[in-house]
Design a protein around this ligand. Structure first.
Ligand SMILES: [Mn+2]
Length: 345
């Protein structure tokens, strides 16, 4: 994706190449696919993928080097392209990989640059994220339409996974389905019968490597007026935070804004307000208390305030994926209804 930015960076930092292993999120980012093995060299002239012959010999934007004898082939490649100093993604390097690189190259840490490159999204990335969100929305409406069939949290979990599979998509992460007082555990592992009360469902699909992440809370049974009030409060805060987000503001200040709105209930809001999404499910910007990340045009991040009251057993979270178009204009990519859906028990 932003491959042209690499050339500028190499020149500025006086590097001959950026070298990535397949487990680096930046590797996925540039080639748009996941690999079990492989190395990537982005040089000032061209982009190279070092792959075993088990892979297809063609990847758009790359010259593929199918090695037969890795050590010799790499040495020949390095000599031919006079690669001396390389930037690596220190945040994802194994110790053995670092040792290997140090033996062959002068090293620099390019992890900050690689992270920042991924913070704002290109049109191609936005198209994938929109599609991922759309699929996620359609699974949510499927859950509601089929609700009579579900007896346990796992029934819903299975339904989500089957629908994702049918759409040729993968899960962004293991979905959270938490009913009744299980909902007070932000990362509950589905395992019980569906209990009356709030039901938190946090899931998303990954489409062409791009992660959607959405949470909706519905109600099984008839909510008390107090429960309706709390839900309305969380929803109002979620919408106010989306409204408040704008270019140039620090993510930390948006988080602080959400806790101000919670007021005395802020103690029940136990996690960050949100996070960037892309080739990773959690990436920059981080919308937490101390975050100094600046919100920028073309960033996509979640806004997900929650309320978890251990005493009353009430758990609520509402999460959307939001694109900051520019200024204070936003596009909410997840479009499922946030009106409190109540299902007769
Ligand atoms: Mn999330």
């Amino acid at each position: 994706m932003k491959l042209q930015e690499i050339r500028k960076y190499l020149k500025k930092e006086k590097l001959d190449a950026i070298m990535l292993f397949n487990k680096s999120p930046a590797f996925k980012y540039f080639v748009g696919l996941e690999f079990e093995h492989g190395m990537m060299f982005l040089t000032r002239k061209a982009n190279y993928l070092f792959l075993s012959p088990l892979y297809s010999p063609k990847f758009k934007g790359f010259e593929v080097v199918n090695w037969s004898s890795f050590k010799q082939d790499l040495a020949a490649f390095v000599r031919k392209n006079s690669i001396g100093k390389v930037g690596a993604d220190y945040s994802s390097l194994l110790i053995s990989q670092k040792r290997f690189l140090k033996k062959h190259f002068k090293l620099a840490d390019s992890s900050k640059f690689l992270l920042s490159l991924r913070e704002t999204k290109t049109n191609e990335e936005l198209a994938r994220l929109r599609k991922a969100c759309k699929l996620t929305d359609s699974i949510f409406s499927g859950i509601i339409a089929n609700f009579r069939k579900f007896r346990t949290e796992k029934d819903i979990l299975r339904f989500i996974k089957i629908k994702a599979l049918e759409a040729d998509a993968e899960m962004s992460f293991e979905p959270i389905v938490a009913s009744g007082n299980n909902a007070v555990i932000a990362h509950h592992v589905p395992g019980s019968k569906l209990k009356k009360g709030f039901l938190v469902m946090d899931f998303g699909v990954k489409y062409k490597g791009y992660h959607a992440d959405m949470t909706r809370t519905i109600y099984l049974g008839k909510p008390s007026s107090k429960e309706v009030l709390i839900y309305s409060k969380v929803l109002a805060i979620q919408e106010a935070c989306i409204g408040k987000a704008k270019e140039g503001m620090t993510a930390g200040s948006l988080y602080k804004y959400s806790t101000q709105l919670f007021g005395s209930d802020a103690k029940y809001f136990v996690h960050g307000l949100g996070h960037g999404i892309g080739v990773e499910i959690h990436e920059k910007p981080n919308l937490g208390l101390k975050s100094k990340d600046i919100l920028e045009k073309d960033m996509v991040f979640t806004i997900e305030p929650g309320y978890y009251n251990q005493k009353t057993g009430i758990g609520i979270r509402i999460e959307d994926d939001v694109l900051l178009i520019g200024g204070n204009r936003k596009e909410v990519l997840t479009k499922s209804t946030k009106r409190l859906i109540c299902i007769k028990a």
